[in-house]
Design a protein around this ligand. Structure first.
Ligand SMILES: Cc1ncc(COP(=O)(O)O)c(C=O)c1O
Length: 404
C-alpha cells in the first residue's frame, strides 16, 4: 500500500461523534421510547427566514468567484460592530483585525499553523475540545494538558498554566463558554491568562464560538483600547451556532493585522476564501438578527437550569449555575468504577440516550472518566425530561454498583 498515513494523522483520534452515533444504531427505538440525542452541539432550528431569504438572494448576485482570503470587507466591518456591542462600544477594533474563515475550526487550524512548528507546544485546558487536540496532534504540535478540576467548576488555574510554559510553548488555547464543560470563564480569569501570555511572549487563543449565549454581560475586556491585546490575543468566532448556519461554514479570526497577514497565507492554501454567499447574506443583517440570538441565549440559559433541576439526584452538573452556559452541560455519572465510555455506550445502546463520554475530551484521565457531555442546545424540555427519566432508570437497569 503506497498510501501510508503520516505520523500526525496516525497519532490522531478518529472523529468521536460518529462513534457515539454508531453505538446508537444498536438501540431499537419505539414510539414510546424514541432515540434521544443530546450528543452533538448543533442548532435546533433552521436559520431565521430573513437570513434564509437573503442567502437565496445572494446566490443570484454573481458571487461565484473568489473573494480575498480574509473575506468580504462588508462582513468584517459588520462583525466589528457586533463585537463592539457585545464587549464594549469603545473597544479598539477595526475590520483590518478580522479574517473570515471556513468556520471556527478552520480559524483554529490557521492560528495553530501560523504560530507553531512541528515539536512546539500549545497549552490546552483538560478536558479539551477534541478538534483542538486533533488539529495540534496532526500538525505535530504537542497539546500540553492543563487540568481543570471539577472542584474548581472546571475553570483552569493560571498559576498551574504558568508552570507549564517552556521555551517551546507558542500559545495557550482556551474555549469560553467551554466545550465540553459549559464553564464560562469570568473576565477576571481571562485577564489573568492574557497577562501570562503577554509576559511570556506567547499567544492567547480564545475560541469564543458560544460567546453570544452569555447573558451576564461582556465576555471579557481584553479588546479595550488601554490593553495591548494585539501583541498576543487571537480571538476565534463561529457564525454556525448564533446564526444557525453550521453547514454554510463561516467563522472568524481576530488578531493584529501583522498576524492576519500570516493567517491569510495559511487560508490562501487551505480555503482560498470562505463561502461568499453566506458572507454577503449575513453582512447587512447582523443588527436585524440580534433579537433572535438574544432569544436563543435566554432559552439556552433556561434549558441549562431546567436540565439541572430535573437531573436525578445521583447525577450532578460540574459547573456551578452562575458560571454555566453555552451549549453544554458536563455531568458526573453515579456508576462506581465505570468509565465514561462504558456508561455512554450503554446509555446509547440500551437506554436510547446519546451523549458523549468525557473520555473523548482527554487523554486517559481517571477523573474525567466520571463525566459525560450533554448538549442542551438541540432538545426541547419534553426531551430533557425524558432523558432525565431514562438516566434514573439506568441506575437500576444497568445493575452496576452506584457511588455512595
Ligand atoms: C468550541 C468550538 N469551536 C469550534 C466549533 C466548530 O465551529 P464551526 O462550525 O464554526 O467550525 C465548535 C463546534 O462544536 C466548538 O464547540
Amino acid at each position: 500500500m503506497s498510501l501510508r498515513p503520516s505520523k500526525g494523522i496516525s497519532a490522531t483520534i478518529p472523529p468521536p461523534i460518529p462513534t457515539a452515533y454508531k453505538w446508537a444504531t444498536e438501540y431499537k427505538p419505539t414510539d414510546e421510547r424514541p432515540l434521544l440525542d443530546m450528543s452533538q452541539g448543533v442548532p435546533r432550528n433552521p436559520p431565521e427566514e430573513l437570513l434564509q431569504d437573503a442567502i437565496t438572494e445572494a446566490t443570484k448576485q454573481g458571487a461565484w468567484g473568489y473573494c480575498p482570503a480574509e473575506g468580504e470587507l462588508v462582513l468584517r466591518e459588520a462583525l466589528v460592530e457586533e463585537i463592539k456591542l457585545a464587549y464594549a462600544p469603545e473597544v479598539d477594533l477595526t475590520a483590518e483585525d478580522v479574517a473570515i474563515t471556513v468556520g471556527c475550526n478552520m480559524a483554529f487550524v490557521a492560528a495553530a499553523m501560523a504560530l507553531a512548528d512541528n515539536g512546539d507546544e500549545i497549552i490546552l485546558p483538560l478536558p479539551w475540545y477534541f478538534n483542538h487536540q486533533m488539529t495540534l496532534t496532526m500538525l505535530g504540535i504537542k497539546p500540553v494538558p492543563l487540568k481543570a478540576r471539577a472542584e474548581d467548576g472546571f475553570l483552569p488555574s493560571p498559576e498551574k498554566c504558568k508552570a507549564l510554559i517552556t521555551p517551546r510553548t507558542k500559545a495557550i488555547a482556551l474555549v469560553s463558554p467551554n466545550n465540553p464543560t459549559g464553564a464560562i470563564y469570568p473576565p477576571s480569569l481571562l485577564a489573568e491568562f492574557s497577562a501570562i501570555a503577554r509576559d511570556a511572549k506567547i499567544a492567547l487563543i480564545i475560541d469564543e464560538t458560544y460567546h453570544d449565549f452569555i447573558t451576564t454581560g461582556a465576555p471579557h475586556h481584553l479588546f479595550s483600547a488601554s490593553s495591548d491585546w494585539r501583541s498576543h490575543l487571537v480571538h476565534l468566532y463561529s457564525f454556525s451556532k448564533s446564526y444557525r448556519i453550521p453547514g454554510h461554514r463561516v467563522g472568524a479570526l481576530i488578531a493584529a493585522p501583522s498576524f492576519i497577514t500570516h493567517v491569510n497565507t495559511v487560508l490562501d492554501c487551505l480555503q482560498i476564501c470562505a463561502p461568499r454567499v453566506p458572507q454577503l447574506a449575513l453582512a447587512p443583517l447582523l443588527p436585524a438578527l440580534r433579537p433572535s440570538i438574544r432569544d436563543m441565549a435566554v432559552q439556552l440559559q433556561h434549558r441549562h437550569v431546567f436540565f439541572r433541576e430535573f437531573l436525578p439526584e445521583r447525577w450532578t452538573v460540574g459547573t456551578p449555575e452562575e458560571t454555566a452556559g453555552g451549549y453544554y452541560a458536563f455531568v458526573r455519572h453515579p456508576f462506581k468504577g465505570k468509565t465514561s465510555e462504558e456508561v455512554a455506550k450503554r446509555l446509547a445502546t440500551e437506554s436510547g440516550v446519546i451523549c458523549l463520554p468525557g473520555d473523548f475530551f482527554c487523554e486517559k484521565d481517571v477523573d474525567i472518566q466520571k463525566w459525560l457531555r450533554f448538549s442542551v442546545a438541540n432538545v426541547d424540555e419534553e426531551k430533557v425530561l425524558a432523558v432525565c427519566k431514562r438516566l434514573e432508570e439506568a441506575e437500576t437497569a444497568f445493575g452496576w454498583e452506584l457511588d455512595v
